[in-house]
Design a protein around this ligand. Structure first.
Ligand code: PNS
Length: 170
């Protein structure tokens, strides 16, 4: 029987615990979870696509049914190449729904074999986004429990908060 592969696509700039929670939740439903990192250098991400792939690979290295790839172009074309039919997307709040609904229907229009599966992250992460992670970190806020420690380290290298800057207390 053909492997049931779920593609979990996103920018993951950077990955946070809400994303990791979705990965854990969809693992029992599929034979393989393929985390697909969008190559979106045009959007000036904080981390390069190579860094984002590396960060996620480190997080899922112990999971035999998970792999991580980057992709460019249409998601449905990538899915065809890897033999996947299901797209997994996290839904945090009703506000996510409109954009996700449009994408799901457009993807299905582009390739009728593609279905989108929405999953809700743990409630504690329902307000979490990569954008807020970067903003809060840059302003010196505490992200304990919201991102894995290696992501915090990478954020520290990239965005030193003013609070720990040698000039910050003057
Ligand atoms: O984490 P994000 O940034 O919300 O993820 C968006 C993503 C990567 C799923 C979406 O932008 C995407 O699939 N881009 C690939 C290009 C594509 O297929 N566009 C048409 C989508 S209907």
């Amino acid at each position: 029987m053909q492997k049931r592969i779920a593609v979990y696509p996103g920018s993951f700039d950077p990955i946070h615990n809400g994303h990791l929670d979705i990965i854990e939740r969809c693992r029992p439903l599929f034979d393989e979870v393929l985390i697909a990192v969008l190559h979106n250098e045009g959007k000036s991400p904080l981390f390069s696509v190579e860094e984002r792939v590396e960060i996620i690979r480190e997080r899922v290295a112990h999971l035999a049914d998970c792999r991580v790839e980057s992709f460019t172009g249409l998601l449905v074309d990538f899915m065809e190449r890897v033999g996947a039919r299901a797209v997994v997307r996290g839904l945090r709040a009703v506000s996510d729904f409109e954009y996700e609904f449009q994408m799901a229907l457009m993807n299905r229009r582009l390739n009728p074999r593609v279905e989108t599966v929405f999953m809700m992250p743990r409630e504690d992460y329902s307000y979490l986004s990569s954008r807020l992670v970067k903003e809060v970190y840059a302003l010196g806020g505490d992200l304990t429990g919201l991102v894995p420690d290696p992501v915090l380290e990478r954020l520290r290298e990239r965005l030193r908060p003013a609070a720990v800057s040698p000039l910050g207390s003057r």
